[in-house]
Design a protein around this ligand. Structure first.
Ligand SMILES: [Zn+2]
Length: 113
């Protein structure tokens, strides 16, 4: 379950940021997890819950947003919503498409005390 190691590195990054600012606890943590990031959000939430015990994140409210994934056709330049990495262009049927967004996995905001 690689969500657990992702949770660990998120907690590590938050911990570093909190101690850099001399904070003792984190009130809120906001994450952006794209639908194509390969991360299962419920597993990530579970991992964060388990691993944050006893850390600065123990009492933090966790918000995860998952923006819509978007792709673009390399043949006709149509942009469209994506559900998978490989998609057929809805306009011309080409499979030469690229992912524009949806793979992000990042901390968007930290509220500390
Ligand atoms: Zn196309």
């Amino acid at each position: 379950m690689h969500e657990l190691s992702i949770a660990r590195s998120i907690i590590g990054a938050v911990h570093e940021e909190a101690s850099r600012q001399g904070a003792t606890s984190v009130l809120e943590l906001e994450l952006v997890v794209g639908p194509l990031s390969g991360v299962e959000i419920p597993s990530l939430e579970f991992g964060l819950q388990v691993l944050s015990r006893g850390s600065v994140l123990e009492h933090a409210a966790l918000h995860i947003t998952s923006p819509k994934a978007e792709g673009r056709c390399l043949d006709c330049a149509t942009c469209f919503g994506l559900e998978f990495h490989y998609a057929e262009c809805p306009s011309c049927g080409s499979f030469r498409t690229e992912v524009l967004s949806g793979r992000e996995l990042k901390i968007s905001s930290i509220v500390i005390e």
